[in-house]
Design a binder for this molecule. Structure first.
Ligand code: FES
Ligand code: MG
Length: 576
């Protein structure tokens, strides 16, 4: 392997020459107390830290960044911390998805505009993982992703509580009058007990797992609990490795091959992944130059069993249990027959090498292939006159009797309209109804909020109903469950067929056949279409205005059109 020389470092363009500009760059490093010996001729490693005082999941990054720096210094590099927008899933409104591409742009331009040779990406809370990886992919310098790690299990009266999933479950119990205000208050202080990301198989653990599968984390890093000392050591290791990757010129393009993304789809299915994985992986693969489509996910879901027995697809275990059972590497070991083991990771080694000596310690948590929790069906892609470009659901998390269902629509024009009536006792609704929410897509939401697990009407909750067919152009939290059909494309706001549904129309869903249809004659649909008023713009200035003009639909990954790799020629290196 040829190694870079110090003169070939990207940062040497800023710091190396004996000219006027470089005088300025170096004198201003002196201003901060750094001598040339600290950084000239050494890999300068940017640490893109998505810490913030409002991001509970990244609260430990303030300390962990010091561990990353320690590793970088030990390996002979020079660490520079560059903060990036944090995207706290629980607090950023209307939805972090409005800002995933904002982070992607920020990450790309932070890397490109600064004198850096390599990058450590610190993320984990839902959109931070795809945001950082999309940016690093386009920037193209060697990059290693440091996942925040899952938080400890929740605890209430000795019962385990899972992020999101149990909050949704007990909220319904409270609405049904089955638990007290005191119980609910105790859950509020028991469900999230440490820093780290949601510890169910939600979007965060799905996306960090997929970063691992693609090869962008140190192998197995994604399942280490945030509060475990192994996480601290992983951070230092990642720092050390980033320096070596610069000398080896191990760029994302060498790791993020089509085969790496195909491995990630297999892993997504076996994990019982968050539905959000579909959108993010499509965007990430396309940035890396591979034209994956919804069909690739559906095909994989028909052959790869769900073997990670983690909530919400599983009913008992959480990410902490997964780690003790062998963790991410244990899962990869079990999936060997489906994987391309010649793919490499940031370690520079192949998966075949990385999996030598790996073991699974608990067959109930990481199931053997012949004893899955679901033989197939982590995800299904449905098409039909209601979703010409597809929609997505998670059959493994739905009540089985709803996988073939026909029922009358109950339509809500937007989320406030739904909220206003869903708890009223005289709502005209039965368990057979299909709840429809529109204007919740990429443009209509705006930002495609996680409203797709529409609440079961309170009247039905009290009767014991816990699942219904629900249909929207929204997303749902990875910790959600139920017969929720999501990501309808094209979305209603831009005139997708969801905009034409009226309360009482019959909707038929056939998951085994992968179809979804609105049983209304075409002529009538055309009449309704002609009467549709044009939508009022969601934003008339600012970031939202730009977002509205450039966001692509869910089946395309919701990237901005101008950020996609094939939009134009590569961006040149900056003139110095
Ligand atoms: Fe951060 Fe769930 S809120 S991962
Ligand atoms: Mg989430």
């Amino acid at each position: 392997m040829t190694r870079k020389t110090p003169e070939q470092l990207r940062s040497a363009r800023w710091f190396g020459p004996d000219d006027f500009r470089s005088f300025g760059h170096r004198s201003r490093m002196n201003q901060m107390g750094y001598s040339a010996a600290d950084y000239v001729g050494k890999p300068v490693i940017a640490i893109l830290n998505t810490w913030s005082d409002l991001n509970q999941c990244h609260a430990h990054f303030k300390q962990r960044v010091e561990d990353v720096k320690r590793g970088i210094l030990q390996a002979g590099g020079f660490p520079v911390e560059l903060p990036a927008i944090s995207l706290s899933e629980s607090k950023v409104k209307p939805t972090t998805m409005l800002y995933r591409n904002f982070l992607a742009m920020e990450a790309e331009e932070l890397i490109r505009s600064h004198p850096v040779d390599g990058v450590v990406l610190m993320g984990g809370c839902d959109k931070t993982t795809p945001g950082l990886l999309l940016g690093a992919t386009s920037a193209g310098v060697p990059a290693v992703f440091v996942p925040a790690g899952p938080m400890l299990r929740g605890n209430w009266h000795g019962k385990v509580l899972g992020s999101g999933s149990d909050a949704f479950k007990y909220w319904d119990e409270r609405r049904a009058g089955a638990i007290s205000d005191k119980d609910w208050g105790e859950m509020e202080v028991g469900i999230a007990r440490s820093y780290g990301v949601c510890m169910t198989m939600g979007t965060a653990s799905t996306m960090t797992g997929l970063a691992d599968a693609i090869g962008m984390t140190l192998p197995g890093a994604s399942s280490i609990p945030a509060a475990d000392a192994n996480h601290i050591r992983m951070c230092a290791d990642a720092g050390r490795r980033a320096v070596e990757m610069v000398w080896e010129d191990l760029t994302p393009a060498k790791i993020q091959t089509e085969g790496a993304f195909r491995n990630a789809i297999v892993v997504a299915m076996a994990m019982g992944c968050s539905t959000n994985a579909v959108i993010h992986l499509l965007a990430m693969a396309r940035r890396a130059g591979h034209a994956l489509s919804l069909e690739d996910f559906d095909a994989a879901s028909r052959k790869v069993p769900v073997i990670a027995n983690i909530r919400p697809s599983g009913d008992t275990y959480l990410m902490e249990d997964f780690y003790y059972a062998g963790g991410f590497l244990g899962l990869m070991l079990r999936l060997k027959p489906f994987l391309d083991l010649t793919q490499i990771t940031v370690s520079g080694r192949t998966w075949a090498e990385e999996l030598e000596g790996v073991q699974v310690y608990n067959d109930d948590v990481i199931r053997p292939l012949d004893n899955p929790i679901y033989a197939e069906g982590a995800l299904a892609v449905l098409k039909g006159n209601l979703a010409p470009n597809g929609c997505v659901m998670k059959p493994s998390a739905a009540a089985p009797h709803l996988l073939r269902h026909s029922g009358p629509a109950l339509v809500f024009d937007d989320y406030p309209a739904l909220k206003a009536v869903i708890d009223s006792d005289d709502l005209d609704v039965t368990p057979e109804h299909v709840l429809v929410l529109r204007n919740a897509g990429p443009l209509g939401g705006p930002g495609m909020p996680e409203w797709g697990m529409l609440p079961i009407p309170k009247k039905l909750v009290k009767q014991g109903v816990r699942d219904m067919v629900r249909l929207s152009d929204a997303r749902m939290s990875g910790t959600s469950y139920g017969a929720c059909i999501l990501h309808v494309s094209p979305e209603s706001f831009i005139g997708g067929p969801l905009a034409l549904v009226q309360t009482g129309d019959i909707i038929t869903v056939d998951v085994p056949a992968r179809t979804i249809s609105l049983d209304v004659p075409d002529a009538e649909l055309e009449r309704r279409r002609a009467a549709l008023p044009p939508p009022a713009p969601r934003y008339e200035r600012g970031y939202g205005w730009m977002f509205s003009r450039h966001i692509t639909q869910a089946d395309q990954g919701c990237d901005f059109d101008f950020l996609q790799t094939d939009f134009g020629a590569p961006v040149p290196e900056p003139v110095i």
